[in-house]
Write a protein that binds this ligand. Structure first.
Ligand code: M6R
Length: 639
């Protein structure tokens, strides 16, 4: 939700800010703006619309300066417009600010300032920060910042410049992300690493209410009592390439294609001597009587998949909660509860609130996060990291897949320590996970047939996703992926639930994507398929669909009776041409994407790749802005 960047140094701030905003555009893209100090004033340029509109404006009227701040907006208070875009200035033009977050008491502050004759030029909550700053300003911008934030309720990451100190950039945050970058030619503030990666990989992660004072040759920190302190300078391991499109038309496709590599890295990090291992080892799972997984959106869907795996392997009940609900439900938690928070960004406001609620109730919190140094990573008792690298497309793909891997490994580890797995089975399961990247790569080699099928699917009014048990869990993700980028109405249903109401929606222009990886439920899902076909729907069947796929039996033992030796079932193996059946019957009522064979419990890792490709190519065939779908933002840092 909104991206901010700031620069002070030897170089011209304008191209640095524009480039940085391009990398932050995934956070919000309904308007953008920048302010640079030039010729004794702030030159502010801001425009409604995509960043390209701002760029054109600056192209027509070039500006430059050695200090500046920029912003890309996802509107919360006030419609997208030039006036509501950031930066905002105080009424005398002395102070310029960019803000990411929500000021919850802005009405009260606005009324208070209006009562003193201060006029506002926008409908935003953010403008009160600029106006309040100028109201308090008595010649010391650090003092002013401290006074201002003492009045703010809500969340903020702020970049602040003052006309009287044109060599100083101030930054402070609360509940919204902010980093400070250090380079040879100058220093940066940014909402996220990719914005500054071209210039530096050395950063300070800001904590709440820490104030940073950046000048060309120095970065200093103090608290809100003005006491100075030092922070560790950290080195980012993400490469610059990982934040570029690398020849792909969209980040989403690039990120889908990166999955074999990032799955391998994540598996390595969680097994053997990997970096996540000591954290996993330090958790005394035997001390818990309850496991809750809480998250939002796709991360919640990862939790829904994981519940099946945890319950089947560990034989303990697992609750999966939407973080936005969990935070308000007065959850029953205590010191014997383990709460697992899943988040790519580590900055999702609802997930942060759920984390704090869990901690307040004495639960142990374990986070699974992609962005190092993010709030959820820092505030949880324990954190393990997905090694997905920067994910730029709003629709998550590789981060989701790596979340699944860490959840599988946790489930196996916990089951093993609880004594719920027969000897040797944990290793068999880990070996199976280690085989997933090659199987994903195999699916990715055969995108053409999915692309062809997707190109014929753009005209559907509704697309339903059905599955049973773990297939239902991954159906949720397939449906979310499709609707968020293609704008086609879509729902996911448990197959058995159709007849309780949803089947009335099935008609001629409906597509049903049926997922079938549970051998024991094959006949059940196929009877759902027949029911919808007989009512006019077309069906795309995805999975290791024929009975005999391997799985973990109901007794918790790894079940070779159910076709369980890996590679021994009747489903597609690695040599299968996934496209054969899809191409053979392009217009028939029932088409089929076969997947490489794996254990039923890990099949979502393969299914989701086919679902991601399907969603991507449907949206691509509609010519949509896939990386930045309408109304969405990558990181939802507001409630
Ligand atoms: O950063 P997080 O993983 O906490 O984000 C949670 C959701 O906002 C996110 O997964 C969202 O649903 C994705 N856009 C889905 O593709």
């Amino acid at each position: 939700m909104c991206g901010i960047i700031g620069y002070v140094g030897k170089e011209n701030a304008v191209p640095i800010i524009i480039e940085g905003l391009k990398k932050l555009e995934y956070r919000g893209y309904d308007s953008a703006g920048l302010a640079v100090y030039t010729g004794g004033n702030f030159n502010v340029v801001k425009r409604k619309g995509r960043l390209s509109v701002l760029e054109s404006e600056i192209g027509l009227r070039p500006t430059s300066g050695h200090i500046g701040i920029g912003h890309t907006r996802w509107a919360t208070h006030g419609e997208p417009s030039n006036e509501n875009s950031h930066p905002h200035l105080g009424r005398r033009g002395l102070i310029a600010i960019v803000h990411n977050g929500i000021i919850e008491n802005y009405r009260q502050l606005r009324d208070e300032l209006a009562g003193k004759g201060i006029e506002f030029t926008s409908q935003t909550d953010s403008e009160v920060i600029a106006q309040l700053a100028e109201y308090y300003y008595k010649g010391d911008i650090v003092d002013t910042t401290i006074k201002v934030v003492s009045r703010l309720e809500g969340s903020y990451a702020l970049g602040i410049m003052c006309i009287d100190e044109p060599d100083t950039l101030i930054a402070i945050k609360k509940d919204s992300p902010l980093i400070v970058g250090v380079s040879g030619h100058g220093h940066f503030i940014a909402s996220d690493v990719p914005a500054i990666l071209k210039h530096t990989n050395r950063v300070y992660y800001m904590n709440d209410k820490e104030l940073a004072i950046l000048r060309e040759g120095s970065v200093r920190f103090c608290n809100i009592d003005r006491e100075p302190f030092r922070k560790p300078l950290e080195t980012i391991t993400w490469s610059l390439d990982s934040a570029e499109k690398g020849g792909y038309p969209h980040f989403m496709l690039k990120e889908i294609m990166e999955q074999p590599a990032v799955l391998r890295s994540t598996i390595m990090s969680a097994t053997g001597a990997g970096a996540n291992r000591p954290v996993i080892d330090s958790l005394d799972i035997t001390g818990f009587n309850k496991i809750v997984i809480t998250a939002c959106g796709s991360a919640y869907n990862a939790g829904m998949v994981a519940r099946n795996v945890f319950e089947r392997l560990c034989k303990v009940p697992v609750e999966v909660e939407l973080a936005s609900e969990f935070r308000y439900k007065d959850a029953i938690l205590d010191a014997r509860s383990l709460v697992i928070l899943v988040s790519q960004s580590g900055e999702t406001a609802d997930t942060i609130a759920a984390l704090r609620e869990a901690r307040a109730k004495g639960a142990t919190t374990l986070s699974i996060v992609n962005v190092v140094g993010s709030t959820i990573a820092k505030e949880a008792d324990l954190c393990i990291y997905t090694a997905a690298g920067p994910e730029i497309a709003v629709a998550t793909t590789k981060a989701f897949s790596t979340q699944l891997i860490l959840l599988y490994v946790l489930a196996i580890e916990f089951a093993s320590r609880l004594g719920r797995l027969p000897p040797g089975v944990a290793q068999v399961l880990i070996d199976e996970i280690k085989g997933l990247p090659d199987k994903v790569a195999h699916i990715l080699e055969q995108v053409d047939s999915i692309q062809r099928y997707a190109s014929k699917s753009v005209g559907y009014k509704s697309i339903f996703f059905i599955g049973r048990n773990i297939d239902y869990a991954i159906a949720l993700e397939g449906s979310l992926k499709l609707k968020e980028i293609s704008y086609i109405h879509s729902e996911a249903y448990a197959g058995g639930e159709l007849k309780h109401g949803t089947i009335s929606l099935i008609e001629e222009d409906t597509l049903v994507v049926a997922i079938s990886n549970c051998a024991r439920l094959y006949d059940k899902i196929m009877s759902n398929v027949e029911q919808v076909i007989s009512r006019g729907a077309k069906v795309l069947l995805i999975g290791d669909c024929h009975s005999g796929a391997p799985g973990v039996g109901q007794d918790g033992e790894h079940d070779s009776e159910h076709g369980g030796g890996h590679g021994s079932g009747h489903g597609a193996d690695l040599s299968t041409d996934l496209s054969a059946e899809l191409d053979a019957e392009p217009d028939s009522r029932l088409s089929h994407i076969a997947l490489p064979q794996t254990d039923e419990l890990f099949s979502p890792s393969l299914t989701v790749v086919a679902l991601q490709l399907f969603a991507y190519f449907v949206a691509a065939n509609k010519g949509l802005d896939i990386d930045k779908p309408r109304n969405l933002a990558k990181s939802v840092t507001v409630e």
